[in-house]
Design a protein. Structure first.
Length: 573
């Protein structure tokens, strides 16, 4: 891309020649989609609101800290809200009463009679005409039950008039005191359509306002607005999707495990409903994949994680097929393959992606560290270490990458190299995650420093909900040192069954220890039950995945805030 193309576009924009500027700037972003300045200026010169929003959203994807793009997007969303509010017709809860008043006013102004009123008066007059002779017959004794039975011509049907709703009736004596009102229940297809249209009109400004709040990370504040939007338009898919998105972001920062479980359940319920209403939006499947990934990352046993990760992978595939605005959906799918223990397949897919990516593209570092997970899953720790080292070229997510490397080094028997990395990470951010403490405790126990190992286990307990894997392994080593073989076997079995996919080498080490102790790994069947309909890979269709009641996750544990990367190693990166 010629460097001056961007300058020409900016200069044209400053002169007020927006059409000319749009031509230059469109060329800039088409040749270099990572041009933050190109997208920003293109958003300034375009006239259509939707296109301007798209440009500013692209800027924020490239640089979430861009205040100018964020402010412009907020202004556009607020403008949309105001425009939608102006289009909403005036509403009155007392619709029947209001309509009656209006009809009365119309009668006064025009001199014309209301046909409904004429009908009612006609019925009353008819009943009076029939009732007077009957009253005379009854008072004279001529109208008796026997005479009625013998004179069929005198039998009259009961007169009924609809009142309030189709199920209510009024007799002639009730009619004089009854108030005739219109039924609020739509009775025709046209009425139903009008009701839905009115509901959407009421919901639209609420949705727009919620979008502004979500953009400003006000997730809890957006939920009540979306609740109201759904009440107005229950057949609209977008508010369910947005509310699920709010629950997802809230669960990421939840510090209470029961609250985390609730957000998972509510988020899945909403995104399922959104997909049931609209099954062709890739973003919906991408969000469901993310929520399922969080669910899997907080289950104890590896077999349970794989059961959920299988569902997450189906959704990642669907998002990839349908298209999504999420960043790097192909990498998300590759990560999903690893989480499903399809590591050889993931390694080849990632290598193909690496081969097709320009080595100068800084985002290639993400491919390298994901592939390092595939190598660790396959037990090739030397390649895993080499790939995570390569991933550090862009200096992004360095704490996470260094944590990966420390884990690989420990499994490769190079704990002395892993220890200074862990010391640096913990000193820099002591509250980042508990699994780092478990890993350092494992290094200490291998060195025979039990006191430091116990201290790190105790500290790590309060910084993660996860109390398996390395945690159980260190306890097993301690029990073995104490001569408590039975306890050691129990802890080693628990460790082996709760380790993560990338802990292949450590798992093999534990299996070897169990064999030496005359024991075998646990045989565990998946305990997480979800009523999940498999998602077809070609033709999308709605799938129901109710999560009632909430599946059994980890009970007890600490209330420490989970930290991405170490508390959620299955989906990190």
């Amino acid at each position: 891309m010629p460097e001056n193309t961007l300058e020409l576009g900016i200069q044209a924009a400053l002169r007020g020649e927006k059409d000319e500027a749009a031509i230059y700037l469109s060329k800039v972003v088409s040749e270099d989609p990572s041009s933050e300045e190109g997208w920003l200026w293109l958003g300034h010169v375009l006239s259509e609101t939707d296109k301007r929003k798209y440009c500013y959203e692209r800027v924020l994807k490239l640089n979430p800290a861009n205040k100018e793009a964020r402010q412009k997007l907020i202004e556009l969303n607020e403008q949309t809200v105001q425009e939608a509010i102006k289009k909403i017709p005036l509403q009155n809860d007392n619709a029947g009463e209001t309509k009656g008043k209006l009809e009365g006013e119309e009668l006064t102004k025009t001199g014309k009679f209301n046909p409904i009123l004429l009908s009612v008066l006609g019925v009353i007059a008819g009943l009076l005409l029939c009732g007077l002779p009957l009253f005379w017959l009854n008072s004279s004794g001529l109208l008796t039950s026997s005479s009625i039975e013998s004179s069929p011509s005198l039998v009259m049907p009961s007169a009924t008039v609809p009142i309030s709703s189709p199920t209510q009736t009024a007799t002639a004596t009730q009619l004089s005191t009854a108030t005739v009102t219109r039924s609020p229940i739509p009775t025709t297809t046209q009425d139903v359509s009008a009701t839905k249209k009115a509901g959407v009109s009421l919901a639209s400004p609420l949705i727009s306002q919620a979008e502004v709040m979500i953009l400003n990370s006000q997730y809890a504040q957006a939920i009540p607005l979306l609740d109201r939007a759904i009440a107005y338009a229950p057949d609209l898919d977008e508010p369910y999707y947005l509310r699920a998105k709010c629950y997802f972001h809230l669960l990421e920062n939840s510090s209470i495990f029961s609250e985390f479980q609730d957000y998972i359940s509510l988020g899945l319920k909403d995104i399922d409903q959104a997909i049931a209403l609209r099954s062709d939006d890739g973003n919906y499947y991408a969000l469901r994949q993310s929520i399922l990934n969080e669910l899997a990352g907080n289950l104890d046993y590896q077999v349970d994680r794989i059961a959920i990760n299988k569902l997450a992978l189906e959704n990642a595939r669907m998002a990839l097929d349908l298209g999504t605005t999420e960043d790097f959906p192909d990498r998300i799918y590759a990560n999903g393959l690893i989480n499903n223990d399809r590591c050889e397949e993931a390694k080849k897919m990632l290598q193909d992606m690496i081969d097709r990516t320009d080595p100068k593209d800084t985002s290639i570092g993400g491919l390298y560290h994901i592939q390092s997970r595939a190598y660790a899953c396959l037990g090739d720790l030397n390649r895993a270490i080499a790939m995570v080292d390569k991933s550090m070229l862009n200096n992004m997510d360095m704490e996470y990458k260094k944590g990966l490397k420390a884990g690989y080094l420990y499994q490769a028997g190079r704990g002395n190299e892993a220890l200074p990395i862990l010391n640096e990470l913990i000193e820099k951010n002591p509250n980042y995650g508990g699994i780092r403490y478990y890993l350092r405790a494992a290094i200490y126990i291998d060195r025979g420093d039990r006191k430091k190992a116990e201290e790190d286990l105790s500290t790590g307990e309060g910084k993660t909900w996860f109390h398996g894997g390395l945690y159980s392994y260190v306890l097993g080593q301690m029990a073995l040192a104490d001569g408590n073989t039975e306890e050691a076997i129990s802890q080693f079995q628990n460790a082996e069954s709760t380790l993560f996919i990338t802990d292949f080498a450590l798992r093999q080490r534990i299996i070897k220890k169990l064999k030496q102790l005359g024991a075998l790994p646990l045989e565990i069947t998946p305990s997480v039950m979800l009523d999940a309909t498999p998602i077809p890979t070609i033709q999308p269709r709605p799938t129901a995945r109710p999560l009632e009641p909430t599946p059994t996750l980890r009970a007890g544990g600490s209330n420490a805030t989970p930290i991405p990367g170490f508390n959620y190693p299955e989906g990190a990166g």
